[in-house]
Write a protein that binds this ligand. Sequence first.
Ligand code: HEM
Length: 509
Amino acid sequence: MILEFLISFILTFIIFVLIILIPTRALDVRLRTISAMSKLPGPKGLPFIGIAHIIGKLNQNDLIQFWNNLRQDYPRLAAMWVLGAPYAVLFDPDDVETLLGSSVHIKKGFEYDSLKPWLQEGLLISSGEKWHTRRKLLTPAFHFKILHDSLPSLNKHARCLVRNMLKRNGEPIIIEELIVRCTLDTICETAMGYELNLQEDEGSNNDYLKAVRSTCHQVIDKLLKVYYNKEWFYVWTDHGKKFYKNLKYLHGFTEKIIKERKETYYKNLPIKQKPEDEELSGGRKKKAFLDIMIELDRQEGNLFSDKDLREEMDTFMFEGFDTVHAAVVYSLYSLGKHADIQEKVYEEMYEIFGDSDRAATTKDVNEMHYLEMVIKETLRMYPSVPYITRHLTQDLILKDNTVLPAVLNIGIVPYLLHRDPKFYPNPEVFDPERFTIENCKNRHPYAYIPFSAGPRNCIGQKFAMMELKVVLSTIIRFAKIQSVSEEVLLIPTVILRSQKPVQIKVIPR
Ligand code: HEM
């Protein structure tokens, strides 16, 4: 009797505590957020909906103007409410440094949720302990020796691109069409050791190209259309059905390559082999990122399940093709508009290669200083990733003790930071000289972040720079570029896009 009484007393007490404390805690957090937000500068908005009525009317083409206006009104940071959710955008490189430089605030913002069904817990999206472990394990895959091994692939695909460009006999070309095939071929071969051959053979793997492009567009739609956010609803829409059909195809494609690559690895593994002698695929030296992960998994013992491998390969494919694709497009557009700058790049190439048509070596790539300045200036004006977000799981204290409360979603806009006249006088002018050693010396390191910065910066940035140098140097060595497009109207989706296709003419030298 006493025991029954005691049990029912304890249960009643626990239920009472849950009923009282949980909402109290939620209420407490909410009140703290409201109080902290009220101390921050930013548009005040309407009760309950905040500035949702303004955001709701924006389309993607208006976003850059919207950010510009925000920065004009609130030069340091703008905090705002949208349908009960708190947001802030940081414009000051000092504050950006506090956020991105932190090893605590590494959780990505909700904007990445629409990529989750595709990339799942891959490096771009994962967080916490999982991200720390994966980042540590994957960093050696980008060692300069491994990057050196990928040069033959980079040269091969760059040359194919130039051949395809020259076939158009100086007619205006929509370059996205050609470049996307080149960058997908390159990343697929270097990441997974699989030759897609989209440039050589238009037909065979076109389904993969279609599925990747369609999924990239759908991810943006999913993000922008609020009613697609509810997964239980989304899966029943035509959009959702097509999205998941594409994903099934893309996941299946990666899984098949992983399976084959693993089989080849284990088949070719001699029984008593020292790790330093190990070579993949019957003694072939070139290792794809996937091979390195398979090898690591064998040496260290079950580090990666097949699903882990798929997540990382899909992440490399996504991050590694569209970002580089955008950078090549805007570099060619800029070189095509500035014949004098293009001529200086050509002169540098002539100094390195003379009349030889040999492929670029690591030494050549390291000597392409002026081209590197051109690429940096391109990424300043046209950062492939125009904005980055973080979700605060703890308060963020800025240098002057301003508190940004936990639960805040924070946006950082490299596009705006890179066009701040404080750091870049005449920011709308394309001028590679901004990136001489002398001119970079006193610039705030967080005023230029095309690859983000801090612990969650781009793991592939050295690879990307090498690929960009190989592709652009190969084009400029063999051809002259003229821009047909007068202006580009930019749309900041996950990747910076041009509203109209960019067109150039390619004339043989
Ligand atoms: C011009 C080319 C590239 C640009 C501008 C670029 C830019 C970026 C940026 C801004 C981020 C941070 C995103 C964020 O914090 O939300 C990032 C992350 C990442 N990038 Fe790149 N990227 C490029 C090429 C590549 C390539 C070629 C690869 C792979 C081979 C790659 C793999 C990754 C990965 C895995 C991450 C996530 C890193 C982490 O969170 O630990 N990127 N990139």
